[in-house]
Design a protein around this ligand. Structure first.
Ligand SMILES: Cc1cc2nc3c(=O)[nH]c(=O)nc-3n(C[C@H](O)[C@H](O)[C@H](O)COP(=O)(O)O)c2cc1C
Length: 352
């Protein structure tokens, strides 16, 4: 099975059949760019609040920064109001997204109680009105990411999916767990197979794809256009390459440290030192786990005061990594090529 072949979402060519998932608190620019470098055919932003965009919330607008080497990129928005979602989609398109994705699956109460995320699985009329409004507001393709339904055993996605396509969705991603399940149990990809039969747009299968064997089994059993990888790629971009090529990839310690150092530096550039310091802590365990480094080393990093100290400690522990870091950084595009917020038809200082 060749996963390094391209497929299409409307007019957008996706060069491989592995998609890097949207993950709140994870899918920063550094994560997405790294995912592309390791072969993901499409990367996604974390879910971005359409209310935050509407109110020109500075932090929210920060999620819309797009780097030159991310494309194709989907930016995911969530909300419950068709007009506000359409307006947010316009801004997302202006920010440089190739695809506007909508979140109709988030199970978190803070989101569902506003009528957004997984709540929309139970309000198909509103879900369709949002999809129609967003699809007619932008010229890029609009896609939707769903769960199977709210309650365990629900098959709501099979009724809603075809209606969303009729309303203008150019592709669907299905994570076939219920919202109740959160992340427990298993993703039931027999539903993905059923959805593929029902719609004439590409379906992306999300859930429990953690190896090449799993990816092949899911693609085989469902007929999906691609698999999406989420938790498996946390601190482990090598999994993307392994899934694509079918060969086990075991990175050297130098490679692990080099990727982590570049990730730390880029994230500091994106979020600033103060936010990045806390944000990055979970990544230390993710990268250094998998039997790559002893546990106390991770604990030591988490306790350091600044990310600069973390980088120094990492390079001291693995001197051979410095050369790899230099090579990786030389290949990064010039930050000046980024689409800057001040070139968008919005102001981060309010107003319009
Ligand atoms: C930490 C975390 C954050 C997530 N955030 C989002 C999100 O912002 N939008 C979304 O559509 N799905 C989100 N998801 C769901 C994943 O995209 C994916 O569908 C799910 O984790 C199943 O895939 P996996 O088994 O490969 O992890 C998140 C999952 C995790 C673990």
């Amino acid at each position: 099975m060749n996963l390094r072949e391209s497929w299409w979402i409307g007019p957008v060519e996706v060069p491989t059949r592995v998609v890097l998932a949207p993950m709140a608190g994870v899918s920063v620019q550094a994560f997405r760019r790294q995912g592309r470098r390791f072969g993901a055919g499409l990367v996604c932003s974390e879910m971005v609040s359409c209310a935050g965009i509407e109110h020109r919330n500075e932090r929210t607008l920060g999620y819309l920064r797009v780097a030159a080497d991310e494309h194709p990129l989907a930016i995911q928005i969530f909300g419950s109001e068709p007009r506000a979602m359409a307006e947010a989609a316009r801004i997302v398109e202006a920010a440089g997204a190739d695809i506007v994705d909508m979140n109709f699956g988030c199970p978190v109460k803070k989101v569902t109680k506003t009528g957004a995320g997984a709540h929309l699985l139970e309000d198909p009329d509103l879900a369709c009105r949002i999809t129609e409004a967003v699809a007619s507001a932008v010229s890029v393709p609009v896609t939707v990411k769903l769960r199977r339904g709210v309650e365990d055993g629900s098959r709501a996605c099979l009724e809603l999916g075809p209606r969303l396509v009729e309303a203008g969705a150019a592709a669907l991603t299905l994570h076939p767990r219920s919202a109740r399940q959160m992340y427990t149990g298993y993703a039931d990809h027999s539903l993905t197979a059923e959805l593929v039969e029902l719609v004439d747009v590409p379906v992306i299968a999300s859930g429990d794809v953690v190896s090449r064997a799993r990816a092949e089994a899911v693609l085989d059993a469902t007929g999906a256009a691609a698999v999406m990888v989420a938790r498996g790629a946390q601190g482990n971009p090598w999994l993307l390459r392994e899934i694509l090529d079918g060969e086990p990839v075991v990175p050297s310690r130098e490679e692990v440290v080099a990727e982590l150092v570049v990730f730390v530096r880029e994230t500091v550039r994106e979020l600033g030192e103060r936010r990045a310091r806390g944000f990055l802590k979970k990544f230390y365990g993710w990268y250094l786990g998998h039997g790559r480094f002893p546990k106390p080393f991770k604990q030591e990093l988490v306790q350091l005061e600044s990310t600069e100290e973390v980088v120094t400690r990492l390079l001291a522990a693995t001197p051979g990594a410095a050369e790899l870091v230099a090579r990786l950084e030389a290949e990064l595009p010039d930050p000046a090529d980024e689409v800057l917020l001040d070139r968008l038809p919005i102001s981060i200082y309010g107003g319009g």
